[in-house]
Design a protein around this ligand. Structure first.
Ligand SMILES: Cc1cc2nc3c(=O)[nH]c(=O)nc-3n(C[C@H](O)[C@H](O)[C@H](O)COP(=O)(O)OP(=O)(O)OC[C@H]3O[C@@H](n4cnc5c(N)ncnc54)[C@H](O)[C@@H]3O)c2cc1C
Length: 477
């Protein structure tokens, strides 16, 4: 049987070689205090952390190419890192070695108005993209809800989805071209400023969602859309979560209108976020909320859309509807949705954030099963997420009275049951946060051995020494 050859450590000589490539100022070595910041992403708790031996912050693709050649020669693992906002441990250097942070590669290189495309470096904060596009009347639609903290390179690596995916789809739809550094240190252009392109295999889409295991993105060409001139939100309060979720698949077919987003939050999620934010919206008598966004070329059309959808959901059991048609009220309700995760981080560190995805029409069944399973074990499981995409962010929160040991022993049992049900409903392990090392061991419950073998063939072809972000998604051997 094939076995992973041993990796080498980062010696003082290697650290010097890294300094010669990127500049001494941009290498962190033998400095635990400063290395620690690169040892984790945003998964709560400490068990998924791992310290790098060195961190390098290069400025160019050429520097990354030299780092990869050195790492291949010396058999040292290299983990790309963006802003570290991931939720699957993707950017954590689980086998030690070198973390390559792209935080200095943060330039917007071109806004090509005629082609409605832009070229950016991977370390641009996702939110900055739309900020700078406003004056051109354009926007980039693929960003996630963590837009203020994550980088566009990390979004491409995770194929991030976000609040607007119902209407606009996820990151992959907007990536037209990439400059990459391969695991063996070649700089290669993939795709380009092209709306159509079938010249060979679609390697751009192979790279999107590859979680830093197949290549470094050093330039990204993004497709842009005309900036919608008007937007409004509807907040619908429902008595039960089932009522709220059952209506979701019918909204588009029942009205012919595609909202920009359809988000859901159960009562526990709303309560936690409202407590965290000192927000006082009246949620006490409702079991769940749907948050729907509409956008369009003018306010007249947007009003028409939300009124029609409002009437439709009124006929299907909504208790109350609020409209947010100005930036202040929009921000007030979206802030609740955006802060649910943060609110639970404060309640308990004994928790697991799940990112299940099922066919959209199965979401109600999935949530019912989730509540059954977690109820049986006596744990809290607030649910929220992108209802329109069938993507459920369930937080499994350990009761405070449980010992760490009990939590660690029980969690896998609960997860096994939840994942079994997800697979049974035609779902998958992750809708947008990725597999990383957090979910790796559960892959086999969702994909066949033949599928895993195909992944291995691709990985081995591009990264024969398995040095690029090893220990992620699936086992190399
Ligand atoms: C509060 C909160 C809300 C969130 N909301 C969403 C959401 O709505 N939708 C969603 O999809 N995610 C969401 N996330 C998860 C996270 O923000 C996304 O996965 C994001 O895309 C990660 O970007 P990053 O720059 O932080 O990447 P990192 O966490 O640094 O890295 C993520 C992965 O990308 C790889 N990588 C990073 N840069 C490169 C590069 N240049 N080349 C190759 N590989 C690279 C890393 O190796 C790693 O595997 C949320 C997270 C938080 C904390």
């Amino acid at each position: 049987m094939l076995k992973q050859p041993a990796y080498q450590n980062v010696t003082p000589e290697i650290a010097e070689a890294l300094a010669a490539i990127a500049g001494k100022k941009y290498v962190i070595y033998h400095d635990p205090e400063n290395l620690e910041a690169f040892s984790h992403d945003e998964i709560p708790g400490t068990e998924y952390r791992h310290m790098p031996e060195a961190v390098v912050r290069p400025e160019t693709a050429r520097e990354i190419a030299e780092i990869m050649k050195l790492a291949n020669r010396e058999k040292i693992p290299v983990t790309p890192q963006g802003a570290g906002s991931g939720l699957s441990g993707g950017a954590v250097p689980v086998r030690g070695g070198i973390v390559v942070s792209v935080d200095r590669m943060n330039k917007i290189l071109e806004i090509d108005r005629k082609n409605m495309m832009m070229t950016v470096e991977p370390g641009v904060i996702s939110n900055e993209i739309n900020e700078c596009l406003k004056e051109y009347g354009l926007f980039y639609a693929g960003y996630p809800m963590s837009l203020e903290t994550c980088f566009i390179g990390g979004n491409v690596a995770e194929n991030a989805g976000g609040g607007k995916a119902v209407k606009y789809g996820v990151t992959s739809r907007y990536v037209l071209g990439l400059e990459i550094v391969t695991p063996t240190g070649e700089i290669v252009e993939l795709g380009g400023k092209l709306v159509k392109n079938v010249t060979g295999y679609d390697l751009v889409q192979l790279m999107v969602g590859s979680e830093g295991t197949l290549g470094f993105f050093t330039k990204i060409i993004l497709k842009l859309l005309p900036l919608p001139k008007a937007q409004a939100d509807l907040l619908g309060l429902f008595e039960t979560l089932e009522q709220a979720l059952d209506i979701v698949p019918q909204i588009i077919t029942g009205t012919g209108i595609t909202p920009t987003s359809i988000e859901f939050m159960d009562k526990n999620s709303v309560k936690a976020a409202c407590d965290y934010l000192n927000e006082t919206i009246p949620y006490e008598n409702c079991g769940a909320m749907l948050l729907l966004t509409f956008d369009g070329p003018n306010m007249e059309q947007v009003e028409n859309d939300y009124e029609q959808v409002g009437k439709f959901i009124e006929k299907h059991g909504v208790q109350e509807i609020y409209v947010a048609d100005n930036p202040a009220t929009t921000e007030r309700i979206w802030k609740i949705r955006r802060n649910i995760g943060e609110a639970y981080n404060i309640i308990s560190t004994r928790q697991s954030g799940e990112d299940l995805v099922v066919p959209p029409a199965e979401i109600s069944k999935m949530i019912a099963a989730l509540q059954n399973i977690t109820g049986k074990y006596g744990i809290m499981a607030p649910c929220f997420g992108h209802a329109g995409d069938g993507n459920i962010h369930a937080r499994l929160v350990g009761p405070p009275e449980w010992s760490d040991d009990k939590w660690k022993k029980t969690l896998p049992l609960i997860l096994n049951e939840i994942y079994e049900k997800t697979a049974e409903l035609g779902g998958m392990l992750s809708g947008e946060h990725g597999i990383g090392h957090k979910r790796k061991k559960y892959m086999k419950g969702f994909v066949s051995e033949e599928y895993l073998n195909l992944l291995r063939v691709i990985k081995r072809g591009l990264d024969p020494n398995n040095i690029m972000n090893p220990g992620k998604i699936f086992d190399f051997f």
